[in-house]
Design a binder for this molecule. Structure first.
Ligand code: BG6
Length: 486
Protein backbone atom coordinates (compact mmCIF):
# COMPACT_ATOMS: atom_id res chain seq x y z
CA UNK A 1 0.00 0.00 0.00
CA UNK A 2 1.33 3.47 -0.82
CA UNK A 3 -0.08 7.00 -0.82
CA UNK A 4 -1.23 8.99 -3.83
CA UNK A 5 -1.83 12.71 -3.48
CA UNK A 6 -4.03 14.68 -5.89
CA UNK A 7 -3.47 18.36 -5.35
CA UNK A 8 -6.17 20.65 -6.79
CA UNK A 9 -4.98 24.23 -7.06
CA UNK A 10 -1.40 23.22 -7.77
CA UNK A 11 -0.40 26.62 -9.15
CA UNK A 12 -2.03 28.57 -6.31
CA UNK A 13 -0.57 30.51 -3.44
CA UNK A 14 -1.02 27.79 -0.86
CA UNK A 15 0.60 25.09 -2.98
CA UNK A 16 3.52 27.35 -3.80
CA UNK A 17 4.21 28.82 -0.40
CA UNK A 18 3.08 26.19 2.08
CA UNK A 19 2.46 22.73 0.63
CA UNK A 20 5.49 22.24 -1.58
CA UNK A 21 7.93 23.61 0.99
CA UNK A 22 6.29 21.31 3.57
CA UNK A 23 6.68 18.28 1.27
CA UNK A 24 10.29 19.23 0.64
CA UNK A 25 11.07 19.45 4.38
CA UNK A 26 9.33 16.17 5.11
CA UNK A 27 11.59 14.44 2.62
CA UNK A 28 14.69 16.39 3.65
CA UNK A 29 14.22 15.47 7.30
CA UNK A 30 13.57 11.83 6.52
CA UNK A 31 9.99 11.94 7.76
CA UNK A 32 8.55 10.86 4.43
CA UNK A 33 10.48 7.79 3.51
CA UNK A 34 7.86 6.59 1.03
CA UNK A 35 7.34 9.59 -1.16
CA UNK A 36 3.69 9.68 -2.33
CA UNK A 37 2.74 9.72 -5.97
CA UNK A 38 1.72 13.36 -6.45
CA UNK A 39 -0.70 14.43 -9.17
CA UNK A 40 -0.82 18.20 -9.42
CA UNK A 41 -3.94 19.63 -10.97
CA UNK A 42 -4.02 23.23 -12.10
CA UNK A 43 -5.96 25.30 -14.57
CA UNK A 44 -2.83 26.74 -16.18
CA UNK A 45 -1.92 25.06 -19.44
CA UNK A 46 1.74 24.50 -18.81
CA UNK A 47 4.01 21.53 -19.32
CA UNK A 48 5.22 19.32 -16.51
CA UNK A 49 8.71 20.83 -16.88
CA UNK A 50 7.33 24.38 -16.65
CA UNK A 51 5.31 23.48 -13.57
CA UNK A 52 8.34 21.97 -11.94
CA UNK A 53 10.42 25.07 -12.66
CA UNK A 54 7.64 27.31 -11.33
CA UNK A 55 7.28 25.45 -8.07
CA UNK A 56 11.02 24.94 -7.62
CA UNK A 57 11.54 28.67 -7.57
CA UNK A 58 9.26 29.24 -4.62
CA UNK A 59 10.53 26.20 -2.73
CA UNK A 60 14.11 27.44 -3.18
CA UNK A 61 13.09 30.83 -1.82
CA UNK A 62 11.36 29.26 1.12
CA UNK A 63 14.07 26.72 1.96
CA UNK A 64 16.99 29.08 1.42
CA UNK A 65 20.63 28.10 1.24
CA UNK A 66 20.09 24.52 2.43
CA UNK A 67 18.06 23.67 -0.67
CA UNK A 68 19.43 20.38 -1.99
CA UNK A 69 18.89 19.38 -5.58
CA UNK A 70 18.99 15.64 -4.94
CA UNK A 71 16.12 15.93 -2.43
CA UNK A 72 14.12 17.98 -4.87
CA UNK A 73 14.77 15.53 -7.68
CA UNK A 74 13.63 12.61 -5.58
CA UNK A 75 10.33 14.40 -4.97
CA UNK A 76 9.92 15.38 -8.59
CA UNK A 77 10.33 11.79 -9.77
CA UNK A 78 6.92 11.13 -8.18
CA UNK A 79 5.19 14.24 -9.49
CA UNK A 80 2.87 14.58 -12.50
CA UNK A 81 1.25 17.80 -13.64
CA UNK A 82 -2.17 17.72 -15.24
CA UNK A 83 -3.90 20.84 -16.47
CA UNK A 84 -7.65 21.04 -16.77
CA UNK A 85 -10.83 22.80 -15.78
CA UNK A 86 -12.42 21.73 -12.51
CA UNK A 87 -15.80 21.61 -14.31
CA UNK A 88 -14.56 19.15 -16.92
CA UNK A 89 -15.40 15.49 -16.14
CA UNK A 90 -12.60 14.55 -18.55
CA UNK A 91 -10.08 15.90 -16.03
CA UNK A 92 -11.23 13.43 -13.38
CA UNK A 93 -11.18 10.57 -15.88
CA UNK A 94 -7.55 11.45 -16.69
CA UNK A 95 -6.64 11.67 -13.01
CA UNK A 96 -8.34 8.34 -12.38
CA UNK A 97 -6.33 6.73 -15.19
CA UNK A 98 -3.09 8.19 -13.82
CA UNK A 99 -3.85 6.77 -10.39
CA UNK A 100 -4.70 3.32 -11.69
CA UNK A 101 -1.71 3.24 -14.08
CA UNK A 102 0.55 3.99 -11.15
CA UNK A 103 -1.08 1.26 -9.10
CA UNK A 104 -0.53 -1.19 -11.94
CA UNK A 105 3.09 -0.25 -12.36
CA UNK A 106 3.73 -0.55 -8.61
CA UNK A 107 1.60 -3.67 -8.34
CA UNK A 108 -0.02 -2.30 -5.20
CA UNK A 109 -3.15 -0.38 -4.17
CA UNK A 110 -2.91 3.19 -2.90
CA UNK A 111 -4.76 5.46 -0.49
CA UNK A 112 -5.94 8.47 -2.48
CA UNK A 113 -5.64 11.90 -0.86
CA UNK A 114 -7.60 14.68 -2.52
CA UNK A 115 -6.27 18.03 -1.37
CA UNK A 116 -8.50 21.00 -2.22
CA UNK A 117 -6.13 23.97 -2.16
CA UNK A 118 -8.60 26.07 -4.15
CA UNK A 119 -11.03 28.89 -3.33
CA UNK A 120 -14.20 27.44 -1.75
CA UNK A 121 -16.34 28.35 -4.79
CA UNK A 122 -14.81 25.31 -6.50
CA UNK A 123 -15.49 22.83 -3.70
CA UNK A 124 -18.94 21.73 -4.87
CA UNK A 125 -17.80 21.16 -8.45
CA UNK A 126 -14.68 19.22 -7.54
CA UNK A 127 -16.43 17.09 -4.92
CA UNK A 128 -19.28 16.10 -7.23
CA UNK A 129 -16.89 15.31 -10.05
CA UNK A 130 -14.77 13.15 -7.75
CA UNK A 131 -17.89 11.27 -6.82
CA UNK A 132 -19.06 10.85 -10.42
CA UNK A 133 -15.62 9.53 -11.32
CA UNK A 134 -16.03 7.05 -8.43
CA UNK A 135 -13.00 8.43 -6.68
CA UNK A 136 -14.56 9.39 -3.33
CA UNK A 137 -14.35 5.82 -2.02
CA UNK A 138 -17.25 6.34 0.39
CA UNK A 139 -18.69 2.93 -0.34
CA UNK A 140 -15.41 1.06 -0.25
CA UNK A 141 -15.19 -1.62 2.44
CA UNK A 142 -12.52 0.44 4.20
CA UNK A 143 -13.42 3.97 3.08
CA UNK A 144 -10.82 5.78 5.23
CA UNK A 145 -8.05 3.73 3.64
CA UNK A 146 -9.43 4.11 0.17
CA UNK A 147 -9.68 7.91 -0.11
CA UNK A 148 -9.25 10.92 2.17
CA UNK A 149 -10.30 14.48 1.57
CA UNK A 150 -8.18 17.38 2.76
CA UNK A 151 -10.10 20.60 2.65
CA UNK A 152 -8.90 24.09 3.54
CA UNK A 153 -10.71 26.79 5.44
CA UNK A 154 -12.84 28.83 4.96
CA UNK A 155 -15.47 26.12 4.99
CA UNK A 156 -18.20 28.36 3.62
CA UNK A 157 -18.93 32.01 4.01
CA UNK A 158 -21.40 31.96 6.88
CA UNK A 159 -23.48 29.45 8.80
CA UNK A 160 -25.85 28.68 5.90
CA UNK A 161 -23.13 28.18 3.28
CA UNK A 162 -20.97 26.16 5.64
CA UNK A 163 -23.92 23.90 6.45
CA UNK A 164 -24.55 23.47 2.73
CA UNK A 165 -20.91 22.59 2.17
CA UNK A 166 -20.98 20.22 5.11
CA UNK A 167 -24.03 18.46 3.63
CA UNK A 168 -22.27 18.05 0.30
CA UNK A 169 -19.04 16.82 1.88
CA UNK A 170 -20.75 14.40 4.24
CA UNK A 171 -22.98 12.99 1.51
CA UNK A 172 -19.89 12.05 -0.51
CA UNK A 173 -17.35 11.18 2.21
CA UNK A 174 -17.53 9.59 5.66
CA UNK A 175 -16.38 11.70 8.62
CA UNK A 176 -13.36 9.38 8.97
CA UNK A 177 -12.27 10.39 5.47
CA UNK A 178 -12.52 14.15 6.01
CA UNK A 179 -9.56 16.26 7.13
CA UNK A 180 -10.61 19.91 7.62
CA UNK A 181 -7.45 21.94 7.78
CA UNK A 182 -6.96 24.85 10.15
CA UNK A 183 -3.20 25.20 10.09
CA UNK A 184 -3.15 26.82 13.54
CA UNK A 185 -3.99 23.40 14.95
CA UNK A 186 -0.73 22.16 13.42
CA UNK A 187 1.36 24.81 15.14
CA UNK A 188 3.72 23.46 17.74
CA UNK A 189 3.04 26.18 20.28
CA UNK A 190 -0.70 25.86 20.04
CA UNK A 191 -0.32 22.18 20.95
CA UNK A 192 2.19 23.16 23.59
CA UNK A 193 -0.59 24.99 25.45
CA UNK A 194 -1.79 21.57 26.57
CA UNK A 195 1.62 20.55 27.86
CA UNK A 196 2.06 23.89 29.60
CA UNK A 197 -1.34 23.62 31.23
CA UNK A 198 -1.57 20.00 32.19
CA UNK A 199 2.07 19.14 32.96
CA UNK A 200 2.92 22.04 35.27
CA UNK A 201 1.92 22.24 38.89
CA UNK A 202 2.30 26.02 38.98
CA UNK A 203 0.09 26.53 35.95
CA UNK A 204 -3.02 24.35 35.99
CA UNK A 205 -4.20 25.23 39.53
CA UNK A 206 -4.18 28.92 38.59
CA UNK A 207 -5.71 28.54 35.11
CA UNK A 208 -9.18 29.77 36.11
CA UNK A 209 -11.29 32.72 37.19
CA UNK A 210 -9.97 32.70 40.75
CA UNK A 211 -6.55 33.78 39.53
CA UNK A 212 -6.96 35.02 35.98
CA UNK A 213 -8.28 38.52 35.42
CA UNK A 214 -8.59 38.29 31.64
CA UNK A 215 -7.14 36.65 28.53
CA UNK A 216 -5.89 38.25 25.31
CA UNK A 217 -5.54 36.43 21.99
CA UNK A 218 -3.88 38.38 19.19
CA UNK A 219 -2.93 37.66 15.61
CA UNK A 220 -1.38 40.80 14.16
CA UNK A 221 0.18 41.06 10.71
CA UNK A 222 2.35 43.82 9.31
CA UNK A 223 1.55 42.97 5.71
CA UNK A 224 -1.26 44.57 3.79
CA UNK A 225 -3.42 42.20 1.75
CA UNK A 226 -0.74 42.35 -0.99
CA UNK A 227 -1.65 40.10 -3.93
CA UNK A 228 -4.56 38.46 -2.14
CA UNK A 229 -7.05 41.32 -2.65
CA UNK A 230 -9.49 39.25 -4.73
CA UNK A 231 -9.70 36.55 -2.05
CA UNK A 232 -9.56 38.83 0.95
CA UNK A 233 -12.15 41.35 -0.16
CA UNK A 234 -14.82 38.67 -0.21
CA UNK A 235 -13.77 37.40 3.18
CA UNK A 236 -12.49 39.99 5.69
CA UNK A 237 -10.71 39.49 9.00
CA UNK A 238 -13.59 37.86 10.86
CA UNK A 239 -13.96 35.03 8.33
CA UNK A 240 -10.26 34.84 7.45
CA UNK A 241 -8.81 34.30 10.90
CA UNK A 242 -11.26 34.86 13.78
CA UNK A 243 -13.83 32.20 12.81
CA UNK A 244 -11.09 29.60 12.60
CA UNK A 245 -7.54 30.23 13.90
CA UNK A 246 -8.48 32.52 16.77
CA UNK A 247 -11.41 30.49 18.01
CA UNK A 248 -9.23 27.38 17.88
CA UNK A 249 -6.60 29.13 20.02
CA UNK A 250 -9.36 30.18 22.38
CA UNK A 251 -10.56 26.58 22.59
CA UNK A 252 -7.08 25.35 23.57
CA UNK A 253 -6.86 27.96 26.32
CA UNK A 254 -10.39 27.47 27.60
CA UNK A 255 -10.90 23.70 27.35
CA UNK A 256 -11.20 21.38 30.29
CA UNK A 257 -8.65 18.60 30.62
CA UNK A 258 -9.26 16.07 27.82
CA UNK A 259 -9.54 12.41 28.85
CA UNK A 260 -6.60 11.65 26.57
CA UNK A 261 -4.86 13.15 23.56
CA UNK A 262 -6.60 10.89 21.09
CA UNK A 263 -8.63 12.48 18.30
CA UNK A 264 -12.02 11.85 19.84
CA UNK A 265 -11.22 13.17 23.30
CA UNK A 266 -9.27 16.20 22.16
CA UNK A 267 -11.97 17.17 19.69
CA UNK A 268 -14.65 16.74 22.36
CA UNK A 269 -12.71 19.06 24.68
CA UNK A 270 -12.34 21.71 21.95
CA UNK A 271 -16.00 21.42 21.01
CA UNK A 272 -17.18 21.87 24.61
CA UNK A 273 -14.99 24.97 24.94
CA UNK A 274 -16.38 26.47 21.75
CA UNK A 275 -19.92 25.63 22.78
CA UNK A 276 -19.30 27.54 26.01
CA UNK A 277 -18.54 30.86 24.29
CA UNK A 278 -21.37 33.23 25.04
CA UNK A 279 -22.64 34.47 21.69
CA UNK A 280 -22.36 38.22 21.20
CA UNK A 281 -25.97 39.28 20.84
CA UNK A 282 -26.91 41.41 17.85
CA UNK A 283 -27.54 44.36 20.16
CA UNK A 284 -24.15 43.95 21.83
CA UNK A 285 -22.20 43.78 18.57
CA UNK A 286 -21.59 47.56 18.38
CA UNK A 287 -20.20 47.70 21.92
CA UNK A 288 -18.36 44.35 22.04
CA UNK A 289 -16.89 44.18 18.54
CA UNK A 290 -14.75 46.82 16.83
CA UNK A 291 -14.14 46.61 13.12
CA UNK A 292 -11.70 48.66 11.10
CA UNK A 293 -10.23 49.06 7.64
CA UNK A 294 -6.76 50.38 6.96
CA UNK A 295 -6.60 53.60 4.98
CA UNK A 296 -5.71 52.81 1.39
CA UNK A 297 -7.22 49.31 1.46
CA UNK A 298 -9.68 50.21 -1.30
CA UNK A 299 -6.74 51.14 -3.56
CA UNK A 300 -5.29 47.65 -3.30
CA UNK A 301 -5.30 45.45 -6.38
CA UNK A 302 -8.59 43.56 -6.90
CA UNK A 303 -10.34 45.30 -4.00
CA UNK A 304 -13.67 47.04 -4.63
CA UNK A 305 -13.42 50.84 -4.51
CA UNK A 306 -16.36 51.02 -2.10
CA UNK A 307 -15.38 47.95 -0.11
CA UNK A 308 -16.75 47.67 3.41
CA UNK A 309 -14.58 44.66 4.20
CA UNK A 310 -12.95 44.78 7.61
CA UNK A 311 -9.18 44.33 7.79
CA UNK A 312 -9.19 44.61 11.58
CA UNK A 313 -11.37 43.16 14.31
CA UNK A 314 -11.19 43.41 18.08
CA UNK A 315 -13.77 41.91 20.39
CA UNK A 316 -14.65 40.93 23.89
CA UNK A 317 -16.25 37.58 24.59
CA UNK A 318 -17.07 35.53 27.66
CA UNK A 319 -17.41 31.85 28.41
CA UNK A 320 -20.16 30.35 30.51
CA UNK A 321 -18.19 27.66 32.32
CA UNK A 322 -17.41 27.51 36.04
CA UNK A 323 -13.69 27.82 35.20
CA UNK A 324 -14.07 31.05 33.27
CA UNK A 325 -17.01 32.80 34.86
CA UNK A 326 -16.56 36.56 34.70
CA UNK A 327 -13.26 36.37 32.78
CA UNK A 328 -13.31 38.33 29.52
CA UNK A 329 -11.39 37.04 26.52
CA UNK A 330 -10.24 39.86 24.25
CA UNK A 331 -9.40 39.03 20.64
CA UNK A 332 -7.56 41.36 18.27
CA UNK A 333 -6.43 40.78 14.70
CA UNK A 334 -5.56 42.93 11.74
CA UNK A 335 -3.64 43.42 8.55
CA UNK A 336 -1.26 46.37 8.17
CA UNK A 337 -0.40 46.43 11.85
CA UNK A 338 2.81 47.93 13.19
CA UNK A 339 4.11 44.47 14.10
CA UNK A 340 3.64 40.83 13.16
CA UNK A 341 2.95 38.65 16.13
CA UNK A 342 0.59 35.91 17.25
CA UNK A 343 0.34 35.46 20.97
CA UNK A 344 -1.95 34.50 23.79
CA UNK A 345 -1.58 36.10 27.19
CA UNK A 346 -3.15 35.30 30.53
CA UNK A 347 -3.29 38.31 32.81
CA UNK A 348 -3.35 37.33 36.45
CA UNK A 349 -5.21 39.23 39.12
CA UNK A 350 -3.10 41.53 41.23
CA UNK A 351 -2.35 40.53 44.79
CA UNK A 352 -4.25 42.60 47.33
CA UNK A 353 -4.62 46.04 45.89
CA UNK A 354 -4.41 48.68 48.60
CA UNK A 355 -3.78 52.31 49.38
CA UNK A 356 -2.68 54.16 52.50
CA UNK A 357 0.23 53.92 54.91
CA UNK A 358 -0.17 50.20 55.67
CA UNK A 359 0.11 49.29 52.06
CA UNK A 360 3.38 47.60 51.09
CA UNK A 361 3.07 48.18 47.36
CA UNK A 362 0.45 50.81 46.64
CA UNK A 363 -1.16 51.20 43.24
CA UNK A 364 -0.12 51.76 40.54
CA UNK A 365 3.24 50.07 41.23
CA UNK A 366 1.94 46.55 41.07
CA UNK A 367 1.33 45.32 37.57
CA UNK A 368 -0.48 42.12 36.75
CA UNK A 369 1.63 39.00 36.21
CA UNK A 370 1.31 37.92 32.62
CA UNK A 371 1.89 34.50 31.15
CA UNK A 372 2.46 34.79 27.41
CA UNK A 373 2.38 32.00 24.87
CA UNK A 374 4.07 33.20 21.71
CA UNK A 375 3.03 31.41 18.54
CA UNK A 376 4.84 33.50 15.97
CA UNK A 377 7.22 34.80 14.73
CA UNK A 378 9.19 32.70 17.24
CA UNK A 379 7.70 30.26 19.68
CA UNK A 380 8.11 30.41 23.37
CA UNK A 381 6.58 31.15 26.71
CA UNK A 382 7.22 34.28 28.71
CA UNK A 383 6.26 35.43 32.17
CA UNK A 384 6.07 38.95 33.56
CA UNK A 385 6.86 39.01 37.24
CA UNK A 386 7.36 42.06 39.41
CA UNK A 387 10.64 42.56 41.22
CA UNK A 388 12.45 45.17 43.22
CA UNK A 389 14.05 48.03 41.35
CA UNK A 390 17.80 48.16 42.01
CA UNK A 391 18.88 50.86 44.45
CA UNK A 392 17.51 52.16 47.69
CA UNK A 393 13.86 51.83 48.63
CA UNK A 394 11.40 49.17 47.67
CA UNK A 395 10.12 50.27 44.29
CA UNK A 396 8.84 47.70 41.86
CA UNK A 397 9.53 47.08 38.20
CA UNK A 398 8.74 44.22 35.83
CA UNK A 399 11.67 41.79 35.80
CA UNK A 400 13.38 41.54 32.44
CA UNK A 401 12.96 37.84 31.99
CA UNK A 402 14.27 35.81 29.12
CA UNK A 403 11.61 34.03 27.22
CA UNK A 404 11.58 30.30 27.67
CA UNK A 405 12.24 29.21 24.13
CA UNK A 406 10.98 26.03 22.65
CA UNK A 407 14.09 24.03 21.91
CA UNK A 408 14.64 22.83 18.37
CA UNK A 409 13.81 24.36 15.08
CA UNK A 410 11.98 27.63 14.81
CA UNK A 411 10.72 27.10 11.28
CA UNK A 412 6.96 27.19 10.87
CA UNK A 413 6.14 23.54 10.40
CA UNK A 414 2.36 23.43 10.75
CA UNK A 415 1.72 22.05 7.27
CA UNK A 416 4.39 19.38 7.66
CA UNK A 417 2.72 18.13 10.79
CA UNK A 418 -0.73 18.17 9.23
CA UNK A 419 0.30 16.41 6.02
CA UNK A 420 2.06 13.74 8.03
CA UNK A 421 -0.94 13.25 10.32
CA UNK A 422 -3.30 12.95 7.35
CA UNK A 423 -1.01 10.36 5.78
CA UNK A 424 -1.02 8.42 9.05
CA UNK A 425 -4.79 8.72 9.36
CA UNK A 426 -4.69 10.76 12.57
CA UNK A 427 -7.55 13.30 12.68
CA UNK A 428 -6.69 14.83 16.07
CA UNK A 429 -5.44 18.14 14.71
CA UNK A 430 -8.17 18.56 12.12
CA UNK A 431 -11.42 20.38 12.75
CA UNK A 432 -14.53 18.35 13.40
CA UNK A 433 -17.76 19.33 11.62
CA UNK A 434 -19.27 20.36 14.98
CA UNK A 435 -16.42 22.78 15.68
CA UNK A 436 -16.88 24.33 12.28
CA UNK A 437 -20.59 24.66 12.89
CA UNK A 438 -20.15 26.27 16.32
CA UNK A 439 -17.56 28.74 15.10
CA UNK A 440 -19.79 29.78 12.21
CA UNK A 441 -22.78 30.20 14.52
CA UNK A 442 -20.72 32.56 16.66
CA UNK A 443 -19.31 34.52 13.70
CA UNK A 444 -22.55 34.70 11.73
CA UNK A 445 -24.26 36.40 14.65
CA UNK A 446 -21.60 39.12 14.45
CA UNK A 447 -22.16 39.53 10.69
CA UNK A 448 -25.87 39.85 11.44
CA UNK A 449 -25.12 42.47 14.08
CA UNK A 450 -23.01 44.42 11.57
CA UNK A 451 -25.79 44.19 9.00
CA UNK A 452 -28.58 45.18 11.33
CA UNK A 453 -26.90 47.69 13.62
CA UNK A 454 -24.43 49.13 11.09
CA UNK A 455 -21.66 50.02 13.56
CA UNK A 456 -18.82 52.16 12.16
CA UNK A 457 -16.03 50.65 10.09
CA UNK A 458 -13.20 52.62 11.69
CA UNK A 459 -10.41 53.75 9.35
CA UNK A 460 -6.88 53.30 10.69
CA UNK A 461 -3.45 54.34 9.56
CA UNK A 462 -1.40 51.67 7.80
CA UNK A 463 1.16 49.91 10.00
CA UNK A 464 -0.43 51.13 13.20
CA UNK A 465 -2.15 49.22 15.99
CA UNK A 466 -5.60 49.73 14.52
CA UNK A 467 -8.38 52.13 15.43
CA UNK A 468 -8.45 53.75 18.86
CA UNK A 469 -11.91 52.25 19.40
CA UNK A 470 -10.13 48.92 19.99
CA UNK A 471 -8.10 50.48 22.80
CA UNK A 472 -11.23 52.00 24.24
CA UNK A 473 -12.86 48.57 24.29
CA UNK A 474 -10.31 47.55 26.94
CA UNK A 475 -9.94 50.93 28.61
CA UNK A 476 -13.66 50.81 29.40
CA UNK A 477 -12.82 47.76 31.53
CA UNK A 478 -9.70 49.42 32.96
CA UNK A 479 -7.39 47.18 30.91
CA UNK A 480 -4.97 47.68 28.01
CA UNK A 481 -3.69 45.55 25.14
CA UNK A 482 -0.45 43.82 25.94
CA UNK A 483 2.35 42.37 23.83
CA UNK A 484 5.19 40.56 25.55
CA UNK A 485 7.95 42.40 23.69
CA UNK A 486 6.37 45.83 23.43
C1 BG6 B 1 -4.37 32.32 6.81
C2 BG6 B 1 -5.06 33.59 6.40
O1 BG6 B 1 -5.32 31.32 7.09
O2 BG6 B 1 -3.61 32.57 7.97
C3 BG6 B 1 -4.04 34.68 6.15
O3 BG6 B 1 -5.81 33.36 5.22
C4 BG6 B 1 -3.14 34.86 7.34
O4 BG6 B 1 -4.66 35.91 5.83
C5 BG6 B 1 -2.57 33.52 7.79
O5 BG6 B 1 -2.09 35.71 6.96
C6 BG6 B 1 -1.80 33.62 9.09
O6 BG6 B 1 -1.11 32.42 9.29
P1 BG6 B 1 0.39 32.40 9.84
O7 BG6 B 1 0.71 30.95 9.94
O8 BG6 B 1 1.22 33.14 8.84
O9 BG6 B 1 0.31 33.08 11.16
Amino acid sequence: MYNAFVLFGATGDLAQHKLWPALYWLVAEGQLLDIPFIVCVGRRKISQADYEAFIKKSVMTSVGSTFTTSIWDSLMRHMRYESGLFEDPGLYARVSTMLSDEEKSRGSASVHFFYLAVPPVHYDTILHNLDTAKLSGKHAADAANSARLLIEKPFGNDLATSQHLENVVSSLFNEKQIYRIDHYLGKQTVQNILALRFANGIVEPTWNHTFVDHVQIQLLEKDNVTVRGAFYDGVGALRDVVQNHMLQMLAFVAMEQPKSFNAEHLREARISAMAAITPVSINDVPTHVVRGQYIGYTDEKDVAKNSQTETFVAMKVGLHTPRWQGVPFYLRTGKSMSTSVAEISLHYKKPVVCTGPLCLFPEPQVKRNVLTIRISPDHGIGVRLMGKKAGPGMDLEPLAMEEMQQPGRSRKAAYERLILDALRGDQTLFADSREVDLSWRFSTQIFDGWKMRQPPLFPYTQHSMGPSAADELLLADDRTWYLHDA
